[in-house]
Design a protein around this ligand. Structure first.
Ligand SMILES: CC(C)(COP(=O)(O)OP(=O)(O)OC[C@H]1O[C@@H](n2cnc3c(N)ncnc32)[C@H](O)[C@@H]1OP(=O)(O)O)[C@@H](O)C(=O)NCCC(=O)NCCS
Length: 187
């Protein structure tokens, strides 16, 4: 991983703050993580309170890991201070480290361009500050909203993965999308 000297987060966008999760985010996280509509295409959820507690414990542990490879940020709505979702960059070690983007939003806030806004800021930081070369994302082929975000971000669909993951006990197909640093800078 390219070392970053100055802190590159929290990230502020027009309507959001992307920051590390805190234990006190429990109620906000439980609100979206327990919604079966939100978790419909996710390998996790809907979450019971204990799942949310475990998620937050993992998130807090990842914040202190060195090197830190997991940047799972809370999406805080700047105006209200509530956490309304999450946006993450998952890094791995090694010269050809694959980097994956993920996101999730409370249903009340869908279709307002918020995840596009959050993910765009995260990708920008990934390329400009962390010096990443390529950022990929996958989603269930039925998750129109998720690949809608990827396409709006200018990510390119690279493939259709057949039954690559189990969602709610069923093997499901995924699309893989990606964007390269030079494509991002030419936007
Ligand atoms: C998928 C999800 C992240 C989209 O977040 P969002 O903030 O509503 O997305 P945006 O408003 O930025 O949408 C960007 C584009 O995606 C498409 N899109 C988003 N949601 C859509 C939906 N429900 N149906 C059809 N297209 C959709 C649209 O083209 C949209 O652009 P437009 O509004 O200008 O037409 C959100 O619905 C969500 O959290 N879903 C549950 C969790 C999840 O599936 N996460 C992804 C796992 S891979």
């Amino acid at each position: 991983m390219t070392p970053s000297i100055k802190p590159w987060f929290p990230i502020r966008t027009e309507r959001l703050v992307l920051r590390d999760f805190r234990e006190t985010d429990f109620e906000d996280v439980q609100a979206y993580g327990s919604d079966p509509e939100v978790t419909r295409y996710m390998v996790w959820g809907p979450n019971a309170p204990d799942d949310t507690r475990a998620f937050l414990a993992r998130a807090l542990a990842q914040q202190t890991a060195r090197p830190r490879l997991e940047f799972g940020f809370a999406i805080e709505h700047a105006e209200t201070g509530h956490v309304i979702g999450s946006a993450a960059l998952h890094l791995r070690e090694g010269p050809n480290r694959p980097v994956e983007l993920g996101y999730c939003l409370h249903r009340e806030w869908w279709r307002q361009g918020l995840v596009t806004e959050a993910a765009s800021a995260l990708i920008d930081a990934g390329f400009r500050t962390l010096g990443l070369h390529r950022i990929a994302a996958t989603c269930d082929v039925r998750n129109v909203g998720s690949f809608g975000v990827m396409e709006k971000l200018g990510m390119r669909r690279e493939g259709h993965l057949r039954e690559d993951r189990q969602v709610k006990g069923e093997w499901c197909d995924s699309y893989i999308y990606a964007v390269l640093a030079d494509e991002w800078s030419r936007r």
